[in-house]
Design a binder for this molecule. Sequence first.
Ligand SMILES: C[S@@+](CC[C@H](N)C(=O)[O-])C[C@H]1O[C@@H](n2cnc3c(N)ncnc32)[C@H](O)[C@@H]1O
Length: 219
Amino acid sequence: MSSRTGNLSPQLHAYLLARSAPADPVLTELADETARRFPASAGMQIGAEQGTFMTLLTRIAGASAAIEVGTFTGYSSICLARGLAAGGRLLCCDVSEEWTSLARQYWQKAGVDDRIELRVAPAIETLRALPAGPSLDLAFIDADKPGYIGYWDEIVPRIRPGGVILADNTLYGGQVTDTADRGASVQGIRDFNDHAVADDRVELVLLPVGDGLTLARKK
Ligand SMILES: C[S@@+](CC[C@H](N)C(=O)[O-])C[C@H]1O[C@@H](n2cnc3c(N)ncnc32)[C@H](O)[C@@H]1O
């Protein structure tokens, strides 16, 4: 699955990148190393424009306490960590020691390792162990798709009013629009999209950024 936004031509995508904040050399190096070491999985990484968007959004939101569900080799976590307010913290959740060991290296290279904590465990367990009250400013959901509703239901009560939730791959390569059986991941995203839009604790928009990015604000 491509992490490039929508159906943009390669030319238009290159133009868009050239008219956005300049590419970050550490993130470019991480994307290259991920593609070299984990070629079959590298498509899971968010694209450059989505990363820049998420850094800006984190900064605009003034987020200090953030959580990421699904870290892989660290690209999106660096983007979030860079947008945090001074003294801010990001809790990263993943099940893979192998993939997150590369993330740890790049957190150091990016100079954000002091503000990130990693928990290697099923994310639903990590979320359930967090304090029940609204202590989070921002969450990014990007792990196993059948798990999204469970993550959402743990995260929404823990986000403070005015806080932000992002969920990735919510267009899933365009496979969300029909009812054909396209497997558990597509069905997980279809179910999640229906669940989130019906949740009156938030207001939200599904943006055609990357592979579809749902942006929700807790009321
Ligand atoms: C799409 S990738 C995340 C990509 C990452 N956000 C980025 O931009 O580089 C999904 C990640 O979710 C992790 N994952 C899958 N199932 C999980 C679970 N039950 N709990 C925590 N992490 C899980 C995988 O190990 C993988 O690293």
